[in-house]
Design a protein around this ligand. Structure first.
Ligand SMILES: [Zn+2]
Length: 256
């Protein structure tokens, strides 16, 4: 992790701002206060992790010249369908989450006098794209670029979501970068622009939770995600994305 930090810091310092690549990125804060998603090994709700990382990502993207839209940051966005709608006009929709495991792999421990659930068996980042999302090919390109930047920075993809026993049998779209297909995921399929869901790390893992709460690690993740987005949002001299996504009904595959 230390070596990774040094590497990313080097990238951040040497990055050259290219206005031709500036894009509008919608950053969705996964979940909301009343239903905050997973609970970490130390009892912190996922929403709090998502909000911290989404804000860090916003800073990293703005530093690279991108325009950002933060969605659901006030914790009151209960209706899932409002999220992609709020992102209308953006070039990319990225939903920020932190991961858990199936309950049967979890045990209990007592942290600060309270019994909590944890699983140290799984760790790492992952991301998901839906082939029902009209811009999924660009979404996949972004997810691959983000995963590639994270691996370069010393992070590891979790991979367990592809496993029919350990995870949910979500097939790989790009194993090296930890990208899976999850075609029916509502937040992605309803987005009118390229979309992906990003799980930064497994917060029921006691060691990984400590990393996810560390400001330096969080900055490192945000910088890597922003670097990946830079790569996939690259535009040509005419200001068009190099691999412009187009809706094609034939791409609307129900893969399983
Ligand atoms: Zn979540």
């Amino acid at each position: 992790m230390i070596a990774g930090l040094v590497l990313v810091w080097g990238l951040a310092v040497s990055a050259v701002f290219n206005p031709a690549s500036a894009a509008t990125i919608a950053i969705d804060v996964g979940h909301y206060r009343e239903e905050p998603g997973a609970t970490s090994a130390r009892g912190r709700p996922e929403f709090a992790f998502n909000l911290d990382l989404a804000r860090e990502l916003e800073t990293a993207l703005q530093a690279r010249g991108h325009v950002t839209q933060l969605i659901g940051a006030d914790g009151g966005m209960r209706d899932l369908w409002r999220r992609p709608r709020a992102a209308r006009g953006a070039d990319l929709f990225i939903s920020v989450h932190h991961d858990s495991t199936q309950a049967r792999y979890q045990s209990t421990w007592v942290h600060e006098g309270t019994e909590q659930r944890y699983s140290d068996r799984f760790a790492g980042f992952s991301s998901f794209v839906s082939r029902e999302n009209p811009g999924w090919r660009t979404g996949l390109r972004c997810a691959s670029a983000i995963g590639g930047a994270l691996v370069k920075a010393g992070f590891t993809p979790s991979l367990y979501h592809a496993d029919p026993v350990l995870g949910e049998n979500r097939p790989f779209a790009d194993k090296t970068s930890g990208v899976h297909y999850y075609d029916h995921l509502a937040a992605l399929r309803h987005a009118g622009m390229p979309a992906l869901l990003f799980e930064a790390g497994v917060i029921v893992n006691r060691e990984e939770e400590v990393g996810m709460r560390d400001g330096t690690v969080r900055k490192n993740i945000a910088t890597s995600v922003a670097a990946g987005i830079d790569t996939c949002m690259e535009k040509d001299e005419g200001g068009r994305m190099k691999d412009e996504w187009k809706y094609n009904g034939k791409d609307n595959v129900h893969g399983k």
